[in-house]
Ligand binder design. Structure first.
Ligand code: FEO
Length: 163
C-alpha cells in the first residue's frame, strides 16, 4: 500500500513523462517542418516511448489499489534555433527527468516503501540509457560538424538510432 506522499510523487512523475512525450512530439514537428525527416521520426518514436514510461507508473499506482490522477500538462516549446539546439534541450530535459527519478527513489526509501523502491530501479537504469543516448547524439554534432553536408549526415545518423 502506497503512502499519500508516494502516490502524489508517482502521479507527478506520470505528468512529467507525459510532458516529456509532448516535448519530443513538438520537436518532431519542428524537425519535419525543416525537412529533417530522420530526426522527426526519431523524436516521434521517442515521444511514444515516453508515454510508455508514463503508463508503466500509471499501471503501478492502480495495481496497488491507489488511483492515478491525470493533471494538466504544460505546453512544450515549439520553436528552436537549430537541430543542435533541439538535441541540447533533449539532453538537458533528460537530466531533469533523472533528477526527478532519484528524488522518487529517496521518497520511497524515506517512506520505507521497498516495493516502490524496487519498481523504480527500472527507471534508474532507463535514465542511464536515456542520458547516454542523447549525449551520443550531441557528440555527433561535434564529430561531424554542421559544415557542408554535415546536417544531412547528422539527420541520417539520428534516424539510424531508432530503436
Ligand atoms: Fe522517460 Fe526520457 O525519460
Amino acid at each position: 500500500m502506497l503512502t499519500q506522499k508516494m502516490i502524489q510523487r508517482l502521479n507527478e512523475q506520470v505528468n512529467l513523462e507525459m510532458y516529456s512525450s509532448n516535448i519530443y512530439l513538438a520537436m518532431s514537428a519542428w524537425c519535419a517542418n525543416k525537412g529533417l525527416n530522420g530526426s522527426a521520426a526519431f523524436l516521434k518514436d521517442h515521444s511514444k516511448e515516453e508515454l510508455s514510461h508514463a503508463y508503466k507508473i500509471f499501471d503501478y499506482i492502480n495495481e496497488t489499489g491507489a488511483m492515478a490522477t491525470i493533471e494538466q500538462i504544460n505546453k512544450p516549446q515549439s520553436e528552436f534555433t537549430s537541430l543542435q539546439d533541439v538535441f541540447e534541450k533533449t539532453y538537458n530535459h533528460e537530466l531533469v527527468v533523472s533528477k526527478s527519478i532519484l528524488e522518487l527513489v529517496d521518497v520511497a526509501l524515506s517512506e520505507k516503501d521497498y516495493s516502490t523502491f524496487n519498481f523504480l530501479q527500472w527507471y534508474v537504469s532507463e535514465q542511464h540509457e536515456e542520458e547516454k543516448l542523447f549525449k551520443e547524439i550531441l557528440d555527433k554534432f561535434e564529430i561531424i560538424g554542421m559544415e557542408g553536408r554535415g546536417l544531412f549526415m547528422i539527420d541520417r545518423e539520428i534516424a539510424a538510432l531508432l530503436r
